[in-house]
Design a protein around this ligand. Structure first.
Ligand code: G3I
Length: 319
């Protein structure tokens, strides 16, 4: 294969990228490379609740619409990200819960309306939704969030049922980070899935975010972890892959990064139920990493100038 789109056809794995809506609108080279290389798209921020309803009842769908429109035009599937999360919730909602002006019953109705509205708007256009994101903490407990605190653990089943009613054909996912390797988190997440399935809640997939760094050992158990989930009948996706490094960049670090990327895609390609490998931004020009990890960066498969890095070439050699 000469590019990732061809690789996607060969491996039968959708190969995706998160999209920065500002860059999509303003940078023609960014847009061109995105549409040439990728068969799947996730909005990096534009579908999150604070982006689509910044004030109560005032909806701003422009960014999300632009991502979906671009995908339709370029034969790309779309991952909806994300319906229920503890971050990037609108300020009006956080404040209303904090000052008690929104009580638990109203909060439940607000969440229901949000899911019906957003999933309904894109009905038929979203291949898979991240229904719940990061609901387990790193100790393996249910994450303490306004959702758990005010609605109890049943909010997860409710969210999946509402999303399924709003778009019966979308694949509905639980998505998290560190479940490539964190045993406590993996065990709890598996239990959530088993419990939902026992209750016949419509859950169809598990998303492994895949945020790695070369200063840590590669999570060698990832293939068997993925299999534990897919053996439950779920499909799988790697939803936010990136491989950061402590700067400066060196050829050795780029080689290690390339190996980590290749192993992640190989894990997906080797599991018959893993259908999507999405990177969390494809270019070092637009990446969340430098803003979050001081002194780290260069986590993507293309550099700032959209030149392919060793990681890109390594991906092309998968199978
Ligand atoms: O939109 C404002 C802009 O108006 C303002 O000028 C600017 C100044 O800081 O901030 C902008 O908002 C930023 C937003 O990204 C859009 O760029 C926020 O500060 C920033 O916190 C936000 O970060 C995003 C982060 O989620 C927030 O939790 C990252 O871009 C995004 O990559 C990241 O993505 C998450 C996934 O959704 C879930 N998994 C982990 C992943 C990485 O953290």
């Amino acid at each position: 294969p000469d590019n990732l789109r061809e690789l996607s056809q060969k491996t039968k794995v959708f190969i995706g990228s998160a999209v920065d809506v500002t860059a999509l609108a303003d940078e023609s080279d960014y847009r061109r490379t995105l549409n040439r290389e990728f068969t799947h798209i996730t909005a990096e921020n534009a579908m999150k609740w604070e982006s689509v309803e910044p004030e109560r009842g005032r909806f701003t769908w422009e960014g999300a619409d632009a991502v979906v429109r671009n995908a339709m035009r370029n034969d790309q599937k779309v991952r909806g990200h994300t319906l229920v999360w503890h971050n990037q919730i609108p300020a009006w909602l956080t404040a209303g819960v904090a000052d008690g002006s929104i009580d638990a019953a109203e909060l439940r109705g607000i969440l229901r309306d949000h899911i019906f509205k957003e999933v309904g708007r894109y009905r038929g256009k979203i291949r898979a939704w991240d229904v719940v994101n990061e609901v387990v903490d790193d100790e393996g407990n249910m994450r303490q969030t306004i959702w758990l605190e005010k609605l109890g653990p049943g909010y997860i089943a409710d969210a999946f049922r509402w999303a399924h009613q709003a778009d019966p054909h979308a694949k509905l996912y639980i998505n998290d980070y560190n479940i490539e390797w964190n045993a406590a988190k993996i065990a709890t997440t598996l239990n959530i899935v088993k419990d939902l399935k026992a209750k016949r809640v419509p859950i169809h997939g598990v998303g492994f975010q895949g945020h790695l760094g070369i200063q840590y050992d590669y999570p060698a158990d990832f293939p068997s972890v993925m299999k534990q989930f897919t053996d439950l009948g779920l499909e799988a996706a790697i939803t936010e892959a990136d491989v950061r490094m402590v700067l400066p960049v060196t050829p050795e670090k780029l080689a290690t990064q390339a190996d980590y990327y290749k192993r992640m895609l190989t894990t997906c390609a080797d599991n018959r139920r893993c259908v999507e490998f999405t990177v969390w931004g494809y270019t070092d020009r637009h990446s969340w990493v430098p803003g979050w990890f001081t002194g780290e960066g260069a986590a993507c498969v293309f550099d700032e100038n959209l030149a392919p890095k060793p990681a890109y070439n390594a991906l092309l050699t998968v199978r």
